[in-house]
Write a protein that binds this ligand. Structure first.
Ligand code: FE2
Ligand code: FE2
Length: 319
């Protein structure tokens, strides 16, 4: 009687007993190996955020930033701070939801990294004399959209391929601008970790995308379009602060597209090439960016914005 009850109740379980029975082709097996490697690299390269920040503050004699730069730096990196929390939440969800062992391991390692990124960025901002409160509504929309994603594909696409590559771009630009030496050195550590996180997206997404129905694929495109829209609005909101720090939005966009393009190319290679619609989407985005970012304090009339769109649309894709 008890046995029957237990067997009946065992029909529903949160333990995926079938996880080792999933079929894998050679391609997928190779990608899973890479994902397992991401977990072990994460363990080998884990750094102690308290020690690293303490050592960097000592090495540079504390934080040295021009008063004109401090507030802008604080505002830009508050967006990064909450982005790190979003990354922590999403990677923890992925660690729970993903079934294949190696991808689950990679997501778990990422979650450990993001916890460190979050607390170290908070400590850094406090050392800068900046108190995090709230971010602009556009950047918040980007984070909320990703946090509210319904499917694994959307979560990974939004976080690992979009937000991680945007963060990598901002980190590289701020590091090179040398606006604050402690942060410039600290970002080296962040960039190494974030590059592994992009790897989770490029290596695991092909497995999920292959199983998508046409309707799901269309829904994914729509999700991506919404994310791009709000990311562009977020960058527009950040544009002036970035300009104060010596970073121009068009330059940042070009670099971001190169980093993102590399990640997408790696993913499409696994899927037998980029979809035909890709070139047109890139052309439209280039046109939009050219029209929306003519430069800080540059007045542009509607007709000129249209001209900028057309020129951007016609320009060869950034590769
Ligand atoms: Fe991070
Ligand atoms: Fe990350």
């Amino acid at each position: 009687m008890i046995e029957k009850l237990a067997t009946w109740q065992a029909r529903h379980s949160k333990i995926p007993f079938e996880m080792f029975a999933l079929e894998r082709d050679a391609d997928e097996a190779r990608r899973m190996d890479k994902l397992r490697h991401i977990y072990h690299r994460g363990q080998d390269l884990a750094w102690d955020g308290r020690d690293v920040l303490g050592e960097l503050l000592e090495k540079h004699g504390g934080i040295t930033v021009a008063p004109a730069h401090a507030a802008a730096l604080g505002r830009v990196f508050e967006i990064i701070l909450w982005g790190e929390l979003a990354a922590w939440k999403i990677s923890a969800e992925l660690a729970d939801e993903i079934v294949p062992l190696e991808a689950k391991m990679a997501a778990t390692a990422q979650s450990h990294d993001e916890a460190r990124h979050f607390y170290v960025m908070y400590d850094y901002l406090r050392a800068l004399g900046y108190t995090p409160t709230r971010i602009d509504p556009y950047s918040q929309r980007v984070l909320d959209l990703t946090l509210g994603a319904r499917s694994l594909v959307h979560k990974i696409l939004g976080m690992q391929l979009m937000l991680e590559t945007i963060a990598l771009t901002i980190f590289a630009e701020v590091r090179e601008s040398k606006v604050e030496p402690v942060l410039a050195d600290l970002l080296h550590y962040y960039e190494k970790d974030e590059a592994r996180h992009v790897g989770l997206g490029t290596q695991f997404l092909p497995t999920l995308l292959r199983r998508q129905t046409t309707l799901e694929a269309a829904d994914t495109m729509l999700f991506q379009a919404r994310l791009v829209f709000w990311s562009t609005a977020s960058l527009k909101a950040m544009e002036r602060d970035l300009h104060v720090l010596g970073i121009e939005a068009p330059h940042l966009i070009e670099r971001g597209k190169r980093i993102q393009g590399k990640a997408y190319a790696e993913m499409w290679e696994q899927l037998g090439g980029a979809p035909a619609s890709n070139e047109w989407i890139n052309r439209i985005l280039n046109g939009v960016d050219a029209a929306v970012f003519p430069g800080v304090d540059v007045e542009v009339h509607l007709a000129d914005r249209w001209k900028r769109f057309v020129t951007g649309f016609r320009a060869p894709a950034v590769g």
